[in-house]
Unconditional design. Structure first.
Length: 136
């Protein structure tokens, strides 16, 4: 199972979302910034590293707000851990994505997100964060 961390970065009631490039797996899909947890790495440390690499920011990683287990139709299994990020330093810089955007939670379902993110997208659009859960 691939272990992944992602950030819900908030600003003025909006969440930062990122679109994959055509060269990445699942091209042009939208996602929350983050990435794989490396061997021996703690989840918050992995997310701090990923946000610095992808966006050039130093983030204060808040609470884990959701944990989702998802199995794609091709059999690939992923554990996604989402963390609240409300404080960061540095200027946001798009280093790897096709584009980045700020979106209100109610707007999220209009974007073509990765399948594994949809449970969270629906909860955010309905105005609440999910509890840690599983979906396969």
């Amino acid at each position: 199972m691939k272990r992944v961390v992602a950030a819900l970065i908030w600003q003025d009631g909006q969440i930062l979302i990122c679109q994959r490039t055509r060269h990445q797996p699942m091209p042009h899909k939208w996602e929350f910034p983050g990435g794989k947890i490396e061997e021996g790495e703690q989840p918050r440390d992995a997310l701090r590293r990923e946000l610095e690499e992808e966006l050039g920011i130093q983030a204060l990683i808040g609470d884990e707000v959701a944990r989702i287990h998802y199995q794609y139709p091709n059999g690939t299994s992923v554990e996604l851990r989402f963390f609240d990020v409300r404080v960061y330093s540095g200027e946001l810089e798009n280093r790897i994505f096709q584009q980045i955007a700020w979106a209100r939670p109610a707007q999220l379902p209009t974007y073509d997100f990765l399948e594994a993110d949809w449970e969270l997208i629906k909860s955010l659009a309905e105005g609440h964060l999910p509890k840690k859960s599983s979906n396969s």
